[in-house]
Design a protein around this ligand. Structure first.
Ligand SMILES: Cc1cc2nc3c(=O)[nH]c(=O)nc-3n(C[C@H](O)[C@H](O)[C@H](O)COP(=O)(O)O)c2cc1C
Length: 399
C-alpha cells in the first residue's frame, strides 16, 4: 500500500505539511490529509486537497464522505503520520479520547503510527506532555523528536517541528523496513578526505558526499543500524543515523576500524585522498618558503586493509575511474577481496562527483556485471541495496 494518512493539527508549523506531502509524492506515495477542525482556522483544507488530489478530511460526520470513512480508510494506508502534532492531540491520543476524525481514526488503525510534535518549549517540556509521550511510546507509537531552536512564539528551546526530510525518512523506515536488514549494522563512508600541508592548504578531490549520504539514508529506511563515517561535506545527515565526522584518510581509517568488527555490511563510498604531504605543519608556511616541488606519499588503503581482515562482513567498494572503468574496477575488486564493486566514470560532468545523478557498473567477483543507467543518486542507492539484499539473503540461506 502506497498511501500515507497525514494528520495535521493547529500549529503554525502546519505549512511544513505541504513539503512533507511533496516529499512523499516524490517517493511514489499518495497522501490523504486529515485536519483537525482547529487547523482549518489557520489554512483552508482546499490547500491540501489541491496538493494531494484527494479531498481533505476534517469532520467525523460528513455526508460527502463514504459512510464510516474512519474505518474504510484504515485498510488503505500503510502509516498514520501526525505532523505537526499539538500538545492537545498527543494528550487525546494518549488517553484514548476519540472526539474528532483524527483521534477516532488513531484508535481504528492497525498500521504504524508516527508523531512529530511541534509546540512552545514550555508546553513540550511540561511533565503532562512528557508523560503523554511516554505513554504513547510504551504503546508502540513512534516519535520524531522536535528540534531545538527559535520557535514561532519568539522563545528558544525544544519544540520546533523536525525537518520535513527527517519526518519523511523516519516514515519511510516504518513502511519500507525489510526483515533481512533489521539488526544489521551497516557501515558507510562518504565524502572526500583532506590531507593538509599546513592549516590553510590541503590535497583533496571534488567528492560531494551525496552518493554516500544517499546510501546511508537507504540503509536507514530499510531498517538497518547505520554508522556513517563522513569526510568534510556540506550535507544534512539522514535521520537517526550515527555520524562520525573525520578530515584525513588516517582519521577515516581509524573510525572505520573502530566499527569494523560490529559491521555486517561495509560500503566504502568515500573518495579517500590517495596522497598526503610527507610533512604536515602546524603553522601556515610562507609562500616564498615553498619550493617548486613538495614531497607526497600514499595514504593508507583502507579497503585493502578491510578486505585482508574480512570475516562476516559483506564488503562493497566504489571505484572512481576515468577510462577502462570496468576493467580497472574489476581488478581492484579482486585485489581488495570485495563482494561487490560499484564503478563509476567520474570524467563525465553530468554523473560522478558533485552531481545529483550517477551512472554506474555493478561488478561481482564471479565475473557478472550490470550497468545501471543514469539516474538520481537516490535511485542508484536503492539499486545497490537491492543487490546487497540479494547477497545477504544468499548468505543467510548458506549459513
Ligand atoms: C497562533 C497559535 C499557534 C499555536 N501553535 C501551537 C503549536 O505549535 N503547538 C501546540 O501544541 N499548540 C499550538 N496552539 C494551541 C492549539 O491550537 C490548541 O491547543 C488547540 O486546541 C489544538 O487543537 P488541535 O489539536 O485539535 O489542532 C496554537 C494556538 C494558536 C492560537
Amino acid at each position: 500500500m502506497k498511501k500515507i494518512a497525514l494528520g495535521v493539527c493547529s500549529s503554525i508549523s502546519l505549512y511544513k505539511a505541504c513539503e512533507i506531502i511533496r516529499l512523499f509524492q516524490e517517493e511514489g506515495f499518495s497522501v490523504r490529509v486529515i485536519m483537525t477542525e482547529k487547523a482549518t482556522r489557520f489554512i483552508n483544507p482546499y490547500l491540501f486537497t489541491s496538493l494531494t488530489g484527494e479531498r481533505t478530511i476534517v469532520h467525523l460526520f460528513d455526508e460527502q464522505q463514504r459512510p464510516i470513512e474512519h474505518i474504510s480508510l484504515v485498510d488503505e494506508v500503510s502509516l498514520l503520520l501526525v505532523a505537526p502534532a499539538t500538545a492537545n492531540i498527543i494528550g487525546k491520543l494518549a488517553s484514548g479520547v476519540a472526539d474528532d476524525f483524527l483521534s477516532t481514526f488513531y484508535l481504528a488503525v492497525k498500521c504504524p503510527v508516527l508523531i512529530a510534535p511541534a509546540m512552545n518549549e514550555a508546553m513540550f517540556l511540561h511533565p503532562q506532555t512528557q508523560e503523554n509521550i511516554r505513554k504513547l511510546k510504551n504503546l508502540g507509537v513512534e516519535f520524531v523528536e522536535p528540534e531545538s531552536g527559535y520557535l514561532a512564539c519568539g522563545k528558544k528551546g525544544p519544540g520546533r517541528l523536525a525537518s520535513p526530510e527527517k519526518i519523511v525518512q523516519k516514515s519511510l523506515r516504518l513502511v519500507r523496513s525489510k526483515e533481512i536488514f533489521k539488526n544489521k549494522v551497516i557501515l558507510i563512508t562518504a565524502g572526500p578526505t583532506r590531507e593538509f600541508l599546513d592549516p590553510v592548504r590541503y590535497l583533496s578531490n571534488p567528492s560531494s558526499g551525496k552518493m554516500g549520504y544517499e546510501l546511508a539514508r537507504e540503509a536507514y529506511e530499510l531498517g538497518a543500524e547505520v554508522i556513517l563515517i563522513s569526510g568534510p561535506v556540506d550535507l544534512e545527515p539522514p535521520a537517526e543515523v550515527y555520524v562520525e565526522k573525520v578530515i584525513t584518510a588516517e582519521e577515516m581509517r581509524q573510525a572505520v576500524l573502530k566499527h569494523y568488527a560490529r559491521a555486517d555490511v561495509v560500503v566504502m563510498a568515500a573518495a579517500v585522498a590517495d596522497f598526503k604531504f610527507s610533512q604536515s605543519l602546524p603553522d601556515k608556511v610562507k609562500k616564498e618558503k615553498i619550493g617548486p616541488s613538495l614531497t607526497i606519499e600514499k595514504t593508507p588503503d583502507i579497503l585493502q586493509e578491510l578486505g585482508a581482515s574480512k570475516s562476516q562482513q559483506l564488503l562493497v567498494g566504489f571505484a572512481a575511474e576515468t577510462s577502462q572503468v570496468t576493467d580497472r574496477a574489476f581488478q581492484k575488486m579482486k585485489q581488495k577481496n570485495l563482494d561487490l564493486m560499484v564503478a563509476n566514470d567520474v570524467s563525465r560532468p553530468e554523473t560522478g562527483f558533485g552531481s545529483d545523478d550517477n551512472e554506474v557498473w555493478l561488478l561481482w567477483p564471479d565475473g557478472r556485471s550490470k550497468k545501471i543507467p543514469r539516474m538520481s543518486k537516490r535511485k542508484i542507492s536503492q539499486q545497490i541495496f537491492s543487490e546487497i539484499e540479494v547477497l545477504l539473503n544468499e548468505r543467510q540461506r548458506n549459513s
